[in-house]
Design a protein. Structure first.
Ligand SMILES: [Zn+2]
Length: 283
């Protein structure tokens, strides 16, 4: 199901949205992917978006994980709701520079399971891209469900080939095999890979300040080398990051001087460089 090659048989691939449309006002797009769940993809997406916004970029964060939207909780926006103006959805503002839309804002309560058919999911994703008052954005970060299924495929097709994939993995070899598929997925669609991030890589110890390797590590970097894509660093497990996420304080993870904060900042730097390049290409 997660093999990108199976997408070849899709009868009607979604066409990139026509220009000029609302997407024309979004100058760069980063789609955050992971081979499998449980690698902290949403935390990386949230910190990337918050970091870009804090760098002064007008940023959007779109969470299209219809099965388990976690962005509202991570961003401290649980219970927030979008509003509508006419038939346009007005995003929730995390701060003056960051607009957020999550499937979670549309669910009656966080425990409600959502069952969507494929076509409906594609429709919702299209709506999130075209009928949201994103305004002028320097960068839109899209948090996809794990794998290379319908949602990531719809997003990539709708955004077109200039959208870059950012692939989040954990260091274990089993995750590495999945991430190889994510790289293949981007390549097959003709989208660039911004890089691979190895998350949950070692334990950043609050007692001694060192990063202790509790599992094998380095798999993400080896794979990046093997595939010829940038390696954007290792983000260690750090109690403060989880605490911040639980309290909806993404800001802390970006602002601090801890190993995890510095690693997040490298990812933000790569995202900002990509956004600047996209901007320059348009000028
Ligand atoms: Zn220690």
């Amino acid at each position: 199901m997660n093999q990108p090659s199976q997408t070849k048989g899709s009868p009607e691939p979604l066409k990139p949205l026509e220009i000029p449309g609302p997407l024309e006002r979004i100058k760069s797009k980063i789609v955050v992917l992971s081979g499998k769940g449980g690698v902290g993809k949403s935390t990386v997406a949230a910190n990337l978006a918050a970091g870009l916004a804090l760098e002064g970029l007008k940023t959007g964060l779109l969470d299209i994980d219809v099965h388990g939207p976690s962005i509202p909780r991570i961003m401290g926006l649980a219970g927030a709701n979008t509003t509508t103006a006419g038939d346009v959805i007005v995003p929730v503002e995390w701060n003056w520079n960051l607009k957020v839309v999550s499937m979670g804002f549309f669910l009656p309560d966080p425990g409600t399971p959502v069952i969507w058919r494929g076509a409906m999911k594609g429709g919702v994703i299209q709506q999130f891209l075209t009928q949201v008052a994103w305004g002028d954005l320097d960068c839109l970060v899209v948090d996809c469900p794990p794998g290379t299924g319908d949602e990531p495929l719809s997003v990539m097709q709708l955004l077109g080939r200039e959208a870059a994939g950012l692939i989040v993995t954990s260091p274990q070899d089993v995750a590495i095999d999945d991430v190889r598929r994510s790289v293949g997925f981007c390549r097959e669609l003709g989208n660039p890979v911004l890089g691979i991030v190895e998350n949950l890589s070692g334990f950043s110890c609050p007692d001694c300040g060192a990063v202790h390797q509790i599992f094998s590590s380095g798999g993400g970097e080896r794979l990046a080398q093997e595939c010829g894509v940038p390696f954007l660093g290792r983000i260690p497990i750090e109690p403060a990051v989880g605490r911040a996420a639980d309290q909806g304080e993404t800001f802390l993870a970006v602002k601090g001087q801890t190993p995890a904060a510095m690693a997040f900042r490298e990812v933000v730097r790569a995202g900002a460089a990509f956004a600047a390049a996209q901007l320059a290409a348009r000028a």
